[in-house]
Design a protein around this ligand. Sequence first.
Ligand code: F6P
Length: 553
Amino acid sequence: MTAPERWDAARVRQLFRDTLPGRNLVVVSNREPYQHVWGDSEVRVDRPAGGLTAALDPVLQGIGGTWVAWGSGDADRAVSANGIVWVPPENPGYRLKRVWLSPREVRGYYEGYSNRVLWPLCHLLIERVDLSEAWWKHYAQVNRRFAVETAGVARPGDVVWVHDYQLALVPLFLRSRCPQVLICSFWHIPWPPHAAFRFCPQASQIIKGLLGCDLIGFQTPEYAVSFLECVEKELGDACQVSYDGGGPDPDSGWAAGQVRWQHGTVAVGAFPISIDYDAFAAMALSRDALAAARRILRRLGLAAGAAGVRLRKGNTLQPLALGIAVDRLDYTKGILERLAALDRFFSDNPHYREKVAVVQVVAPSRTGIPDYRRLRQQVSSMMDELNQRHRTEIWQPVYSIDHKLGPVTLAGLYRLADFAIVSSVYDGMNLVAKEFVAARSDGDGVLLLSKTAGAAAELEQAIPINPLDPAGFAAAIRTALEMPAEERRRRMAALRAYVSEHNIYHWVASFLRALGSLPAASSLPVASSPAGADVTQPAVPRPVRHTRAGVNR
Ligand code: F6P
């Protein structure tokens, strides 16, 4: 039997043309893939932290189309009067249409309803849900704005793919404006059981918003089924829910079921998101990646050479088993829980002092929200305590990097590490786990992975951890350190084979196939007229330098 052909950008582009001929792709998300920000005197381009944009950017580069997103960079307005820019800047492949939000809207829609109501609710952190303010009206208003902006760039017959919890109402608003487009949504974070979801005062509006879609995708079958249960419980007899989607299908995801609702039938399925495996693996193999990672480790006081990471002790260098953890600074990522487990580990296993250390990279996130600011302080003081308790003259348990690192440096760090820890308390997927696997072309390295991260449903060869159980978590760290090389390699080989096949292109292919198989995909007419004039890419993209004084070409 021959191995299945792997998905790549070219095959996905062809699949899009074959399955959805004549249609354009319009992606809609809150976060933009490229942000223009002011440096000292010039504009630079930044790539925000977060799995959504990292995963979707290669897809858009492969297929082409338009990405509609909040223009959140402080120089975004300076670089384009109409809010449209071609990206990636160095090799333009698709256009980014920015939506402008006022500071008040950002507070109400983004920091408020999205991240202080829906985010904690979907991550089952009910006690953090804050219903004290009237954020809903900003959420609805901004969702309407996104729908209007999207309607401005989508032609009849186009595929509009809306992403994540910030934009749950866009599908419904868009359907009423553009009944002739195919609308789908992908929910990147967990979908909670109804026992939690019912705390949302706008539960039925959120569901009705999403039911504006033809297809809704979730990260795991569990979340997809939870969604169907919530639809049934919230909408009752007003809709018909069926759970006979057909289950797993190697080509088109995991079909959970359907909802019959006002405009027709909405298909619901699970499509676990992934990474651009080949690109990440190649990056990890590059000299730049190793050099960047070594530089960072040196700055932390650790030596990293051909023989691995070393700790300097007088004139000698002794081996150090290195752990790596990479997170947005978010309470769902289990950073405090990881520090508690490390504390327990070094208390239970004092002989591992000076033998093991963890590099913890945290990218600041959502700094306008009090819970996130508090978390920053908590992480820093817990890390100080942990280091104080166990440190020696030449070593400390945790070395912290408190800013975002670029993918090249991260890839190098993954490659130099002996193990990676992903300890989310709850997580839609977690792509750090998949990046670590892709970076290990040496076939070594151990992944410790929270049972409650979506990735655990796929990455069965990882060592499972319960982030809330410090003793069990500490024991798992010891298991990782003492695992025989043969077993490490066997597990890593299986993980790599899985992620290599189930890469980001496989994800988009299965979603597009599911979409293409819907009756609406063949019945909706395709626009015969070309898209608006601004759709045309400049024949030769010109590099543009922006300064505070103006634009230099
Ligand atoms: O996957 C969840 C998510 O909220 C994405 O929608 C987002 O891009 C990422 O996490 C980072 O969060 P934020 O956009 O709020 O910085």
